[in-house]
Design a protein. Structure first.
Length: 101
């Protein structure tokens, strides 16, 4: 930011404002995309506890397999999901949507 100035105006959120009304059940942060997408990610090794402990979205489903867990959810936050998958390195293999694969 450049040339910031302190304004005399005060902004107050409405009392009935809830961020979750705009995030469509996704808990990745304050970034909201335009298109809701279904995500399926296989998670292996050290990333399994992270996947099992984190609630990414309201509709998240986790299924356990022999050597990995599958996490499935919908979100409008493609960039945040991509960042999360990349942070897991080879321990997270995206299966859907195609552009994440």
């Amino acid at each position: 930011m450049k040339n910031t100035q302190l304004a005399k105006e005060v902004f107050t959120l409405p009392k009935n404002y809830k961020y979750t009304d705009f995030s469509e059940g996704s808990y990745f942060g304050v970034f909201i995309g335009q298109e809701k997408q279904r995500f399926v990610i296989e998670v292996y090794e050290d990333s399994i506890p992270f996947a099992q402990e984190r609630q990414c979205t309201a509709d998240q489903k986790i299924t356990e397999e022999d050597d990995h867990v599958n996490i499935e959810f919908t979100s409008t936050q493609y960039a945040k999901v991509l960042r999360c998958v990349l942070s897991c390195g080879c321990s997270a293999i995206p299966k859907y949507p195609k552009k994440l694969v």
